[in-house]
Design a protein around this ligand. Structure first.
Ligand code: ZN
Length: 205
């Protein structure tokens, strides 16, 4: 039985005892569970329409759609990003899948586009107080790397909305769990049980 959950990673190899939600580029292969989506950074690249078709065709293999979202600094124009984001949100909704969100300086725009904010995991979520409160109030879940946990006020995040992730950092998720247990003042077993429930709740397929 898995003791640890990595809610978002791009690296296929995880230590033993870790269940990871691997994020793959549309058109590639992986062992489940995995998510896929058109990353905002790739929205100006050739092949976007083919990637959308691949997502539609392989949607039943996905455990979530993502990472998708909006990025004010990279990728296509925000208008084009919004169009692609919306189409992928609709695909996730139609198949009752959660979305894993990428957000750079677009929290209000993303919140206004989510029809089911409670089915969203905000990966590398903002740690700024006002943004974080808005996201938690919307019903969404938030996920952090070890590095971002160090800048976070844990009082703003109920454990029932928490995910932990390594993303592309190469960090050890077990160490991230240790940091989180100390930060929220909970026993490691309690944290592990809560995160297992959160993972199942978000990725219930
Ligand atoms: Zn990522």
């Amino acid at each position: 039985m898995s003791e640890y959950y990595d809610f978002h990673t791009h690296l296929p190899q995880s230590p033993e005892g870790v269940t990871r939600m691997l994020c793959i580029v549309p058109g590639s292969n992986a062992s489940p569970p995995f998510s896929s989506g058109i990353h905002p950074w790739d929205t100006a690249a050739p092949g976007v329409e083919e990637h959308l078709l691949w997502l539609e065709k392989h949607i039943d293999e996905l455990a979530a759609v993502g990472e998708i979202g909006l990025d004010r600094l990279h990728g296509a124009s925000l208008e084009r990003q919004s169009e692609l984001f919306l189409r992928q949100l609709q695909l996730a909704d139609a198949h009752d899948l959660s979305v894993i969100l990428h957000n750079v300086r677009c929290t209000p725009e993303i919140l206004s586009m989510l029809r089911r904010p409670e089915r969203a995991l905000w990966h590398r979520a903002p740690v700024g107080r006002n943004k974080l409160i808005r996201i938690i109030d919307s019903g969404g879940a938030v996920s952090f790397t070890a590095e971002s946990l160090r800048r976070l006020d844990p009082a703003l995040v109920p454990l029932s909305r928490l995910g932990l992730e390594t993303d592309d950092s190469g960090e050890d998720i077990r160490e991230t769990y240790r940091i989180a247990a100390a930060l929220w003042h909970v026993a490691p077993e309690e944290l592990a049980a809560q995160l297992a429930a959160n993972f199942r709740n978000l990725f219930h397929r």
